[in-house]
Design a protein around this ligand. Structure first.
Ligand SMILES: *[C@@H]1O[C@H](CO)[C@@H](O)[C@H](O)[C@H]1NC(C)=O
Ligand SMILES: *[C@@H]1O[C@H](CO)[C@@H](O)[C@H](O)[C@H]1NC(C)=O
Ligand SMILES: *[C@@H]1O[C@H](CO)[C@@H](O)[C@H](O)[C@H]1NC(C)=O
Ligand SMILES: *[C@@H]1O[C@H](CO)[C@@H](O)[C@H](O)[C@H]1NC(C)=O
Length: 577
């Protein structure tokens, strides 16, 4: 268990004292009555609350789907059938004049010459539009081990398409790839480098990318999805999938969970239902993460599920205009235990449609969403603009902190992802059928923000490590060296002061980060090479079920503060070096 660093604790204490003094020892940093006894020192949550930055007022596209890609790009895309976006394709494609004239002459409607996907270059902050030929609305995706994004399904002309995306090729459609139509499915990368594509509306089955060699690939039935469907609301779409360290897959839908082996080498295991009966999947839309995997207990995994909307909330919002209060509970379970049980806890704020983002520290940021209503057009109310931090290693009751609020409400069709710098990019939100930029309560959001978690605080600069060298590629269990600088020098106390985390980039949409994963690496010796320059020996993840092959962000942490990351590729088993 990574202990809170003594250095960081001391620093926090000093900050608390500073703030206590700054408030004249009578302060009400939390908003209490001024004549009450000061209790500031018991409220560390306000000390390092994080910070919001606006990266783009207008990216042109509302970020319904978001994926960080190797090379430091962030792909954002929306549906293609919502009418024109706010970024033109004119400069790139011959769409424009000729096609418009031809169609208009033939009495057709307006031709859409806008882009529905954009790529952000994190180094320059520049945006580049990419044409999308078919509709990826409410789709799923996974980064393949070679760094190409596989994206699957969508709506209408896109519902059986698999697409590949890389910045150099743009979108390439694989027409009719999917055995069935998939809308609201979930994709995860498996230990063998294949992608499991599971579910979707009225699809109680799964298939793989790539397919078997069979000429007409058949989906495999998965009755759990039929069992968990609610009449008139579903509440089991975009199931939460997590790859467990024994290569089986945890599946959560509605308020129930199973563990299964997609290759059918082991029987399906049923886990207890999460207490309380609150559905957690679309449109009740809670969120879930696999908590960080640790080198000292490589076969142990824990899953956290937070928020959602009570059963019936969707129908009430849709048919009766009544917006039920969102749920505020989280359930935590270790599906790898012999007899797993849910441990319940409460968030400081209720939330549906939240995004849970794993940070390099191993903490979980919960951001975006609403305190009333559900997912679906026009069905969310009371945006929750305060992110909340969950610290899994703290005592029960001391795990949550409320952080600084954004000024921009983000509810249905918003997204969030960790970037290479350790920031959380936050975008999207469009609860309307088309783009409604003004004169509505919750306008379509084309902006992109970065939330800087508390570890960006300038008061931590003295201990902040700077990563200077990491391997470009490693094999399972191999030893690797990571070099870093600490401006103030003084890496004290040895390895427990230094940690290395490998973070898999997620595909974020509809309140779930598919393939999101943090793997803590075992740190051996930390040697000082020169003044302020250090080299840590680390062990790469032990197996592809702990860390499937492909691209990871490696962050060094010193005294609990992460560096910016280097991209490190986990070489597939058996691949040439
Ligand atoms: C984007 O929105 C702005 C402001 O509403 C408008 O002036 C501009 O023409 C729009 N651009 C495109 C390509 O739709
Ligand atoms: C990555 O893998 C996909 C699927 O096999 C393939 O189509 C694509 O060309 C590969 N990309 C690169 C850059 O090798
Ligand atoms: C349905 O809406 C009516 C009118 O707003 C309200 O009085 C009633 O409580 C709602 N029904 C439920 C079950 O919330
Ligand atoms: C704003 O919305 C209201 C209500 O939907 C509508 O009556 C009004 O015409 C709209 N105003 C503009 C400027 O679009």
């Amino acid at each position: 268990m990574p202990k809170a660093s003594p250095f960081l604790s001391l620093l926090l204490l000093l900050l608390l004292i500073t703030i206590y003094i700054a408030h004249g020892a009578a302060g009400d940093a939390i908003g209490g009555d001024p004549w009450q006894e000061p209790e500031v020192a018991q409220q560390p949550a306000v000390v390092l609350a994080g910070e919001w930055q606006l990266l783009h007022q207008n990216t042109g596209v509302s970020a319904m789907h978001m994926q960080l890609l190797p090379g430091d790009y962030v792909l954002m895309f929306d549906r293609t059938d919502s009418g024109p976006s706010n970024i033109s394709l004119d400069a790139l494609s011959p769409c424009a004049a000729a096609a418009t004239t031809a169609l208009a002459a033939a009495g057709g409607g307006a031709v859409d010459c806008t882009a529905h996907s954009v790529l952000l270059d994190l180094r320059s902050n520049a945006l580049r539009p990419y044409p999308l030929a078919t509709n990826p609305w409410c789709s799923s995706a996974a980064l393949l081990p070679n760094g190409t994004l596989l994206q699957t399904g969508g709506f209408s002309n896109g519902d059986r398409i698999a697409r590949l995306f890389s910045p150099s090729t743009g979108w390439v459609d694989l027409p009719s790839f999917l055995a069935v139509r998939r809308w609201y499915a979930t994709d995860i990368l498996l230990a063998d480098g294949r992608v499991l594509i599971l579910g979707g509306r009225r699809q109680f089955n799964f298939e793989f990318f790539p397919h078997d060699d069979a000429p007409a690939p058949q989906p495999t039935l998965f009755p759990f999805l039929e069992e968990t469907i609610d009449m008139d609301a579903e509440d089991n779409l975009y199931p939460f999938l997590h790859l467990l360290p024994d290569a089986t897959v945890f599946v959560f839908a509605n308020d129930r969970a199973v563990v299964f082996d997609p290759y059918n080498r082991a029987p399906l295991r049923r886990l207890p239902a999460i207490p309380g009966g609150v559905p957690r999947n679309y449109p009740s839309s809670g969120s879930s993460v696999l908590l960080p995997l640790r080198p000292d207990s490589p076969s142990h995994a824990e899953v956290l599920v937070c928020g959602g909307a009570p059963r019936g909330a969707y129908r009430l919002a849709l048919r009766n205009g009544t917006f039920a209060p969102a749920d505020r509970t989280c359930g935590r379970i270790a599906p790898t235990d012999a007899n797993p049980v849910w441990a319940m806890e409460e968030m400081p704020l209720p939330r549906a449609m939240g995004d849970m983002v794993l940070l390099p520290t191993g903490d979980v940021l919960i951001v975006n969403g609403a305190a009333a209503g559900t997912a679906g057009w026009e069905l969310g109310r009371e945006p929750v603009t305060y992110p909340v931090l969950y610290k899994p290693d703290m005592q029960l009751g001391a795990r949550f902190e409320v952080l600084a609020a954004s000024t921009i409400p983000r509810m249905y069709h918003s997204s969030a992802t960790l970037d290479t710098l350790g920031r959380v990019l936050v975008g999207g939100s469009n609860p309307h059928v088309g783009y409604a930029l003004d004169n509505v309560t919750y306008p379509t959001e084309l902006s992109l923000e970065a939330f800087l978690p508390p570890y960006f605080d300038a008061r931590l600069d003295g201990v902040r490590p700077r990563l200077v060298a990491a391997p470009a590629e490693v094999g399972y269990g191999e030893a690797a060296a990571v070099r870093f600088e600490v401006p103030g020098g003084a890496v004290s106390g040895g390895p427990e002061e230094v940690r290395v985390a490998a973070v898999a980039p997620a595909f974020a949409t509809h309140s779930f980060g598919m393939n999101q994963r943090v793997v803590s690496l075992a740190v051996g010796t930390v040697a000082q090479l020169a003044a302020g320059l250090y080299e840590a020996q680390v062990a790469a993840p032990p197996s592809p079920s702990v860390a499937p092959p492909g691209y990871y962000l490696w962050f060094v942490l010193h005294a609990g503060v992460p560096s910016t990351a280097a991209w490190v590729r986990m070489r597939p088993l058996g691949a040439a070096t």
